[in-house]
Write a protein that binds this ligand. Structure first.
Ligand code: WT7
Length: 654
């Protein structure tokens, strides 16, 4: 049956209850909901004691005396790296594999908890030798190799906040993040493997660090063996530094509220926001959600989260959640179609993956490639599937369950954000009868609602804005160095509540359906990119006078970036203009922000006050009937743009 036919058969009310067998053995019990509802703070206190080792017991569970600046597990002291590594070795699980790493060219490494402990200690000692102490920031710009996890944990061990920058970001994006956080050390590699080729990383670091006043050392992992430029005194090989370092390291417990990391994400204005996460609350929520949402049994599960460590999903479900829970997991360096389109399924078969966590954009890509690519492999070990990053359309949900999950696995659609630190809204496997396309209900301990423009909760059957109505342990504490922007972005729209920036609907049963961003943030393949960021990149090109960017719906990537640009008077529109501008955006931000389509136009639709009406451009980009044009200064502008679009003068991606 076609995806469309299937989708027509589906009704929102269709439910997938857990099998009796799954429910009987499930980790989560429905009493969790009641426990949390009757005493939310006490509930989190119990999770904190149950899931995390504290060197010093915390006193108050939550200090909310100065909202929205929260303090969780007040006075408690812990070490995040100890919790993720050493305590499992002490508990006798040293021989358990922590990471089954699979390189794209086919090389692999299995790292046990005992080995991870030695590596993290060596790395912590090496960073100390390079002058890193508690509170210093360390930038990490690495491919998907175990050293990324080791470097993050080494930072955590020292109480030195890390700032991981996705390896696909440009040197300019890296530079601005190093600058904002004033990083002292950058950990990088010569390069990594992607799409069958070795790509370079070190040149981008050299460029970014060249003008930096804060960076003292660059620690370089040798992954591909390619030649690199070397700055004596500044650059240090990872292997040399770790080789000299001891495998033992005595950790210092950190305050529960000590910053664990900064992770930059796109907002509605040009410069990315440094989301700041703490040690105690964040770790508790990562461990809690990883255990219950994924029904984890660490002694027998093989968990695979396909996200890159450069995104929050990689932080919470490739590093802190699974390792805090002592899980065995898979980490894969490359792309799903290298060297063939069954690579992921081959990996699932090879390691006996039991829990898979990925994004709708990947699922839709696999749907396009066809089920035969999946059917060639034995996926019978899979028992739970997760989705994250964007709304999952019901056809993709059902396909995922049927083709990948053999029609037996529960599927959990998990809603959260970089800011929330960990999963917030999701079914609980074994308990919830899930509806395909719905993230269902807030997890026990989490309070969310959907409100209208004036902040009133909407009744069932209506839509509005998603808000979080109570503080939660993994919440961001502020934006790095910018409390004002923190207050303004999240807490001013609906006072007393956290504004997530997402539209949502409550269905007749009160279950939640996420509908995508309501601000100028696009979601391309589950990656957050702001329209303003891409516009700034475009207007920084000498040929561009003005630019407007919209996210147009895309069958595979969720949204695709469509740019409308006005060239400067002197600039000629050549055949290569679009390619030139696209390359320019790649240079400024990274390939993920490259517009799918660039339209050269004579004018942009503006209101009388000069505001660009993106809504109308989006109508054009999505080939829809135009909305209300009466507020435009000149309504013929839209006719011209539309003609240009259909006339094919648009510079489409070749
Ligand atoms: C935005 C956050 C959280 C990990 C990856 C993205 C969208 C995320 C879902 C979901 C509908 C979702 C939202 C959110 N989003 N998960 N299950 N259903 N939308 O993190 O880059 O901080 O992006 O991703 O729009 O606000 P992020």
């Amino acid at each position: 049956m076609s995806a469309e036919g299937l989708s027509n058969l589906l009704h929102e009310e269709r439910r997938f209850p857990p099998s009796e067998e799954f429910a009987a053995g499930a980790v989560a019990q429905s009493t969790l909901y009641d426990d949390a509802a009757s005493d939310r703070r006490g509930f989190w206190g119990r999770q904190a004691r149950d899931l995390v080792h504290w060197d010093t017991e915390f006193g108050e569970i939550l200090d909310w005396s100065d909202p929205p600046f929260a303090k969780w597990f007040v006075g408690g002291r812990l070490n995040v790296a100890y919790n993720c590594v050493d305590r499992h070795v002490e508990a006798g699980h040293g021989e358990r594999v922590a990471i089954h790493w699979e390189g794209e060219p086919g090389d692999s490494r299995a790292i046990t908890y005992a080995e991870l402990q030695r590596l993290v200690c060596r790395a912590a000692n090496a960073l100390t030798d390079l002058g890193v102490t508690t509170g210093d920031r360390v930038a990490i710009y690495l491919p998907m190799i175990p050293e990324a996890v080791i470097a993050m944990l080494a930072c955590a061990r020292l109480g030195a906040p890390h700032s991981v920058v996705f390896g696909g970001f440009s040197s300019e994006a890296l530079r601005s993040r190093i600058e904002d956080a004033q990083a002292k050390v950058v950990v990088t590699a010569d390069g990594g493997y992607r799409r069958g080729k070795a790509s370079a990383l070190k040149p981008a670091v050299d460029e970014a660090v060249g003008r930096s006043t804060s960076v003292e050392h660059v620690l370089v992992v040798r992954r591909t063996g390619q030649d690199v430029e070397w700055t004596n005194g500044r650059d240090v090989w990872w292997d040399d530094a770790l080789g000299k370092a001891s495998t033992e390291h005595a950790y210092e417990p950190q305050d529960a509220e000590a910053t664990l990391y900064i992770l930059y994400t796109s907002g509605t204005t040009g410069n990315p926001k440094g989301i700041q996460h703490t040690s105690g609350g964040y770790l508790v929520q990562c461990a809690y959600t990883h255990k219950y949402v994924f029904d984890l049994r660490p002694e027998r599960d093989v968990f695979w989260c396909t996200a890159d460590v450069g995104w929050v999903t990689g932080h919470s479900y490739l590093v802190y959640g699974p390792l805090a829970n002592g899980a065995t997991q898979v980490m894969y360096e490359g792309t799903p179609d290298t060297p063939h389109r069954g690579r992921w399924w081959e990996i699932c078969q090879k390691y006996g993956v039991t829990i898979l966590y990925t994004a709708p954009t990947a699922i839709r890509t696999f749907m396009k490639w066809g089920e035969d690519e999946v059917a060639r492999f034995d996926l019978s070990t899979l028992r739970l599937l997760g989705s994250v990053g964007e709304p999952i359309n019901p056809e993709a949900w059902v396909w995922y369950r049927r083709v990948v999950g053999g029609d037996r696995t529960p599927v959990v659609d998990t809603w959260w954000q970089t800011e929330t630190g960990a999963i917030m809204i999701s079914p609980l496997p074994g308990i919830t009868a899930a509806k395909p396309g719905s993230a269902m209900t807030p997890l026990p301990g989490i309070c969310a609602d959907v409100v209208d423009d004036s902040g009133e909760p909407v009744p069932n059957g209506s839509g509005g804005f998603l808000v979080l109505t109570q503080p939660w342990p993994g919440m961001l504490r502020t934006l790095w160095g910018d409390d004002e922007r923190f207050l303004d972005t999240y807490w001013s729209r609906f006072p007393g509540r956290y504004f997530a920036g997402d539209g949502a609907k409550k269905d007749d049963d009160g279950d939640l359906w996420l509908l995508g961003r309501v601000d100028d943030v696009m979601n391309v393949s589950g990656h957050r990119i702001s329209t303003t960021e891409v516009e700034s990149a475009l207007v920084s090109h000498p040929k561009v006078a003005e630019a407007a960017v919209v996210g147009a719906s895309d069958p595979t990537t969720g949204q695709g970036i469509v740019a409308f640009v006005i060239l400067r008077g002197s600039a000629e529109e050549g055949e290569d203009t679009a390619r030139e501008l696209r390359d320019h955006v790649t240079q400024a931000i990274g390939a993920i922000a490259k517009p799918r389509q660039i339209m050269v136009v004579a004018e942009l639709p503006k209101t009388r006050s000069g505001k660009i009406m993106r809504r109308l451009l989006q109508d054009v980009a999505e080939n829809r009937e135009l909305g209300d044009v009466t507020t435009l200064t000149d309504s013929t502008v839209m006719d011209l743009i539309r003609e240009g679009m259909s006339g094919g003068s648009a510079a489409d991606e070749a």
